[in-house]
Design a protein around this ligand. Structure first.
Ligand SMILES: [Zn+2]
Length: 250
């Protein structure tokens, strides 16, 4: 296992050079390239040339190399021996496989949480989560769904008592899909997510492992179709990028 928590792209708080000593130059380069990919400035399939990035970002070549290595671990880019780095375009089979793995892991996390909800303090944590979901639903606006969603799932996974679960989920994640999903989330999907979270939280609160497992899997399964649709869009863009490159080379 080469992925560590530190190697993950810090989406919630993009690193800038102004962050000073706490954020290294490689962190800044990583965050900036990830942002450009997610914002669509770098298109799927586009080549990322080390020398150009070095010049453009005004940083050392080793910082760029380090950032690219971490972006590869995080599935933002692919690095191939003769082509170098290109922006990742996961295909349908890869996505479906990864989401099936995520489904099982999520079910395992919710099941574990339901089995341990009677332990000291856990009921109170679940009550807070239930109150938050109700509050978010009554507000009827997405708010910062990405952050709230992350907090919800982290709390359940931590309660499961399976220490590696967060890391396992990160490893089977295509952050580029995840990010676009949250960026383009419709109100209907948000409502669906909130109702899924409520089902999961109630099952955990009631100490019902079978129901918790079922609702968590179902919640994750819903993302497959959306992720496949996003990936199809990225594949199209990738082909268009390659076609433009060919016509320019002529
Ligand atoms: Zn969720």
């Amino acid at each position: 296992m080469t992925t560590t928590r530190e190697s993950l792209v810090p989406f919630y708080k993009p690193v800038t050079l102004r962050d000073g000593p706490s954020g290294s130059v490689a962190d800044y380069v990583l965050s900036e390239i990830a942002r450009r990919i997610v914002d669509g400035e770098y298109r799927p399939g586009q080549r990322l040339v080390e020398a150009e990035l070095t010049q453009d970002l005004g940083v050392s070549r080793s910082s760029v190399r380090e950032a690219l290595r971490r972006l590869e671990i995080n599935r933002f880019i692919r690095i191939e021996p003769n082509r170098g780095a290109t922006v990742a375009t996961p295909n349908r089979d890869e996505i479906v496989a990864q989401f099936r793995i995520r489904e099982v892991i999520s079910g395992l996390g919710a099941r574990g949480a339901a089995e341990r909800v009677h332990l000291q303090g856990n009921k109170a944590i679940m009550q807070t989560l239930l109150d938050e979901i109700e509050e978010q639903r009554s507000r009827d606006s997405e708010g910062n769904h990405r952050r709230e969603n992350g907090r919800f799932h982290r709390a359940i996974n931590e309660m499961s008592g399976i220490a590696d679960i967060g890391e396992l989920l990160d490893q089977s994640n295509f952050p580029i899909l995840h990010t676009i999903y949250f960026r383009d989330l419709s109100h209907a999907h948000w409502e669906r997510n909130m109702s899924d979270h409520l089902d999961i939280a109630r099952a955990v609160f009631n100490g019902d492992p079978t129901a918790a497992d079922h609702f968590a899997k179902q919640h994750m399964h819903r993302m497959v179709d959306i992720a496949v649709a996003i990936a199809a869009r990225l594949q199209e863009e990738s082909k268009a990028t390659a076609a433009t490159r060919r016509s320019q080379a002529r």
